[in-house]
Ligand binder design. Structure first.
Ligand code: BG6
Length: 501
């Protein structure tokens, strides 16, 4: 695909955090790489009455760590225009249209338009219907819509939202962001699986004992309590990011690496995930909420004490659970998942735990223990792989010792991995849809999540608690122990041994 696309971007929510932290820096990176060059313009809209100059200053500040010189920053920012806007006021769309038409001429954008909705989903419907009714959509160039999560809060609201949006944009022009799909190592899952016969041949229930997916965060809910109180970890992380990762790990090989083929296989995998009854969901999914505690000499508040959180909030800041995929490849293999705030360390990783070798050669009696092989995919903050093998302990006698083959680097230090948003925006410019969630995927994942949520809402007397900077409530460990398994990654032990936790 060629770069240097001609395009007008219209960003709704231009004064927000996401725009400043992710969108402007990503657009700038694309500009530096000449993927965006002369022929692009950005209209930022939001309620605040900013001027173009003020807006450009904000854009310049947001890219301050990336610029080579002031002239470059100013030139980039000169492509940005601000339009104060009330999403419900038709008049404002008329002004927006006029500004868009002017910029189309100045920057020769060839009628291509990308609309980025970086704001709360309750406004999506109103915005897209105005884009259509006020003829901002002209069908002359490409017209693509980027939307941020959450896409609904359950199947019912997601379906209603989808109906509203598809009245103005066809599914092929809707790009639902799941920023994990833009991460280097998530995209690498398919390379590891399908590019290496040693793994692909073993990628099934005969050789894999269980799969563990951990999305741990050490930060708390920060200034997002309003959103989080209505969401919780299950909707915030499992419905989208974690289920997407499961579908990539579990899917069958697509016929070729084209968007349609990949998506078909991902959806099949999602649909094969066992739909629990409420009773089963309650047994297999554990919520948790962090309580105050000390870590490394500092005191941290519990979730209920954070400002903006209800004193009796039952919102989960942690979830651990077990999915099964009822197909020939995966029958009986648990896919354990866990995610949470204020866990010991920031770390996103996948552990594929292989089955043990038969015990006639190596067993506890002869003091020769072979550990199960473990393939780990490190997603962040380091990127890479490791493979745990058994070798012979050096010296006399014949004992086994674990050895780890590993290739890992810190993505930020080497800065060789493009920012997820940068990749995703470029995909939208190029019309490539493989790294976005499609409606059928969203629909399937809400079906799974709704049951878990309602099983908690109806039955849970007390939400399990965990102390800040630990790896979740006791029940999350029990979940695996009951199956004779344990979480492979236990960063908390490192801190406990050193008296920091
Ligand atoms: C977002 C969630 O989707 O992902 C946040 O809403 C979470 O709660 C974030 O902190 C984590 O993303 P990353 O890229 O920092 O792992």
């Amino acid at each position: 695909m060629t770069g240097k696309k001609h395009c007008l971007f219209i960003i709704f929510g231009a004064t927000g955090d996401l725009a400043k932290r992710k969108l402007y820096p990503s657009l700038f990176r694309l500009y530096k790489k000449k993927e965006l060059h002369k022929y692009f313009a950005v209209i930022g809209t939001a309620r605040r009455p900013w001027t173009n100059d003020f807006y450009r200053q904000v854009v310049i500040e947001s890219i301050s760590g990336l610029v080579e010189n002031e002239g470059q920053a100013a030139h980039f920012a000169s492509h940005f225009y601000y339009q104060s806007h009330d999403v419900g006021d038709t008049e404002h769309y008329i002004t927006l249209k006029k500004l868009g038409e002017k910029l189309k001429e100045t920057y020769q954008t060839n009628d291509n338009q990308i609309f980025y909705l970086a704001m709360a989903p309750q406004f999506f419907g109103r915005i897209v219907s105005h884009l259509k009714s006020q003829h901002i959509l002209t069908e002359k160039g490409f017209e693509r819509l980027i939307i941020e999560k959450p896409f609904g809060s359950n199947l019912k609201t997601a379906t209603a939202l989808n109906k509203e949006i598809t009245e103005s944009f066809p599914e092929k022009d809707i790009f639902r962001i799941d920023h994990y799909l833009g991460k280097e190592m998530i995209q690498n899952i398919s390379a590891v699986r399908f590019g290496n016969l040693v793994f692909e041949a073993l990628w099934n229930k005969e050789y894999i004992s269980n799969v563990q997916i951990t999305f741990a965060e050490s930060i708390g809910v920060e200034n997002r309590t309003e959103y989080y109180e209505n969401s919780g970890a299950l909707r915030d992380m499992v419905q989208n990011h974690i289920l997407q990762v499961i579908s990539l790990l579990a899917m069958e090989a697509p016929k070729c690496f084209e968007e349609k083929e990949i998506r078909q296989e991902k959806v099949k995998a999602l649909k094969a995930i066992r739909q629990y009854s409420e009773k089963e969901a309650l047994k297999n999914f554990i919520p948790g909420q962090y309580i105050a505690g000390d870590f490394d000499g500092k005191h941290f508040l519990g979730y209920r004490e954070e400002s903006g959180v209800a004193e009796s909030s039952t919102i989960e800041t942690f979830v651990a659970g077990k999915f099964f995929i009822d197909n020939k490849r995966w029958w009986g293999v648990p896919f354990y998942v866990r995610t949470g705030k204020r866990l010991t360390e920031k770390g996103t990783r996948i552990n594929i735990i292989f089955k043990k070798v038969p015990e006639n050669l190596f067993n506890e009696q002869n003091n020769r223990i072979a550990l199960p092989n473990v393939l780990t995919i490190y997603i962040q903050p380091t990127e890479g792989f490791s493979l745990l093998l058994n070798g012979k302990e050096v010296g006399k006698g014949f004992k086994l010792a674990p050895l780890k083959l590993q290739y890992r680097h810190d993505a930020t230090v080497l800065s060789n991995s493009p920012e997820a948003y940068e990749k995703l925006i470029l995909d939208v410019l190029n019309g490539e849809r493989a790294n976005f969630s499609q409606w059928d995927e969203v629909e399937s994942s809400w079906e799974l999540i709704d049951v878990i949520r309602s099983s908690w809402d109806k039955n849970l007397q007390e939400i399990p608690k965990y102390k800040v900077y630990t790896m979740g409530p006791y029940e999350a460990f029990e979940l695996l122990e009951e199956d004779g398994c344990y979480w492979e990654w236990r960063p908390d032990e490192w801190y406990i041994q050193r008296g920091k936790l």
